[in-house]
Ligand binder design. Structure first.
Ligand code: HEM
Length: 466
């Protein structure tokens, strides 16, 4: 174990880097690929290297499927992080929540859900483009993009579309964005709980109010009508089941061992609808990279023009014939190197022969898997080509695990790739992305979130087809 300071333990080591995970690689050079840290009051283990990470995620998945008990997470989920899909411990209920979700977030290619998603994205992208056409340097483009993706989510999961100019809609978008930003931050007080006494109570109160407001919006606008239908037993069995139906089916016609109550259903819906923020922040970061790489933009444009013959909208079916666009998305995910949410040992176990005590927090060094010069050539450079083989097909190396794997893996993996694909292909079909004077285009890495006020772009029409 590296040398620790009194009280704070090794926390000081993490603060010295742009991304705390960079510290893990540096420490591993002197302390081996697996080492212990004391972060404030929390015992932790850092795991570097693909084989060790696979042992945690797959081989001994049941020993390491817990999540840390961080009080901020409790505050955001009505005092109980078990309400959250990502921050709860594993349980029969979590297994059920994942099963219910899977059908919706991993639509089989060309299934009716896949085609439904395809037409929704197209409809919403045309809306976004008509806003860009009126004002090609939209103030706070991020919020316009978030509103677009939010409507994709609302229609797909809840069969509901909103007028994006409504103040209550705008407020909801901003609330989601702020809460997403918050859960992507790490604070010393996560490891030294007494520090929170010195933190601004205003900040905590504001976030807790925002998450309450989100819940109220979801209940009032997405759940209430449907609950009434279920209570009156009026659901039409011919309706295609959306995610709200899948949840309420379990609440009202319970056939599972794990109990899904209305409250759990509400939290699950609120959580998954919030996935729109992850995707819009991700696309914004991707645009942040691409504004600095006109050559990559040109290659996407060449691909999209060849497929659509500049005469039709992009569809999800085009994705397989557009490897360069897909590779650009993978390259952006790699460069952002968003961390794997920490796991927790649920029993005494071991990793790579290294003893691990129950309740130890486990950091899986995904940053290193994405950025190590031993695994990638010129890892600091944005090069989508690295994901395309000599036959022009997409290849993902085994060490590329941006969505993690196993029983706590990301539930949004496919949605991210499908929605980002159409959004990017469709934007570059119509515009060149240009810099605006005075704007800085440095994309923060090491987490998915961007601040509410972030870079803006000039979307310059290509004059091919608008
Ligand atoms: C580029 C965007 C995204 C990236 C890179 C990403 C990555 C991840 C990672 C690394 C984890 C942790 C896995 C683990 O602990 O082993 C995770 C968890 C999760 N993600 Fe994502 N994610 C993204 C977007 C989304 C979206 C859009 C959704 C929802 C539609 C989503 C839903 C979830 C859920 C529910 C979990 C928790 C799963 C569990 O703990 O059982 N993610 N994600």
């Amino acid at each position: 174990m590296p040398w620790a300071l009194p009280i704070i333990g090794h926390l000081h080591l993490l603060g010295q880097y742009e991304v705390p995970y960079q510290a893990f690689k540096v420490i591993s050079k002197t302390h081996g690929s697996i080492f212990r840290l004391k972060l404030g009051v929390v015992p932790a283990i850092v795991v570097n290297g693909l084989e060790n990470i696979k042992e945690v995620l797959f081989v001994k998945a049941t020993d390491f499927d817990g999540r840390p008990n961080i009080s901020r997470y409790n505050d955001l989920f009505s005092g109980n992080r078990e309400n959250s899909l990502a921050f709860c411990n594993f349980s029969n209920l979590q297994k059920l929540r994942r099963e219910i979700l899977q059908v919706h977030t991993f639509p089989r290619n060309f299934s009716s859900r896949f085609l439904k998603l395809d037409s929704i994205i197209n409809l919403e992208m045309n809306e976004l483009k008509s806003k860009i056409n009126k004002e090609n340097c939209l103030t706070n483009f991020k919020i316009h993009l978030s509103s677009t993706i939010a409507n994709v989510f609302f229609i797909y999961f809840c069969s509901k579309r909103f007028d994006t100019s409504l103040p209550k809609f705008q407020e909801m978008i901003q609330n989601y964005d702020s809460v997403f930003y918050e859960v992507n931050q790490g604070y010393a007080s996560d490891f030294l709980p007494w520090l929170s006494y010195f933190q601004s109570k205003n900040h905590t109160r504001k976030l807790s109010q925002m998450s309450k407001a989100i819940r109220a919006f979801v209940m009032e606008n997405l759940m209430n009508d449907r609950i009434v239908k279920y209570e009156r037993n009026e659901r039409n069995n011919n309706d295609e089941e959306d995610y709200v139906d899948s949840l309420l089916e379990r609440v009202y016609n319970n056939r599972d061992k794990a109990k899904m109550d209305l409250n759990t259903a509400l939290f699950s819906l609120e959580d998954i609808v919030g996935g729109h923020t992850a995707i819009s922040n991700f696309i914004m970061k991707t645009l942040g990279f691409l504004v600095n790489h006109p050559n990559v933009q040109a290659k996407i444009q060449k691909e999209v023009d060849a497929i659509t013959l500049i005469s039709r909208d992009v569809t999800l079916a085009d994705r397989k014939q557009m490897p360069y666009t897909e590779a650009t998305i993978l390259e952006s995910i790699r460069m952002i190197a968003s961390p794997i949410v920490p796991h927790v040992a649920t029993q005494n176990s071991s990793i790579g022969g290294f003893e691990v005590k129950k309740d130890t927090m486990i950091f899986l060094n995904n940053y290193d898997l994405n950025m190590s010069p031993e695994l990638w050539s010129e890892p600091e450079n944005f090069q989508p080509e690295r994901f395309i083989n000599a036959d022009g097909r997409i290849v993902k190396p085994e060490h590329f695990l941006p969505f993690s794997g196993g029983r706590r893996s990301c539930m949004g993996n496919k949605m991210v790739q499908l929605i980002s694909f159409t959004t990017l292909a469709s934007l570059f079909q119509s515009y060149d992305l240009k810099k605006l004077p005075g704007q800085q285009y440095k994309v923060p890495i090491g987490d998915l979130a961007l601040p509410y006020n972030t870079f803006r772009f000039n979307f310059s029409p290509r004059n091919l087809r608008l």
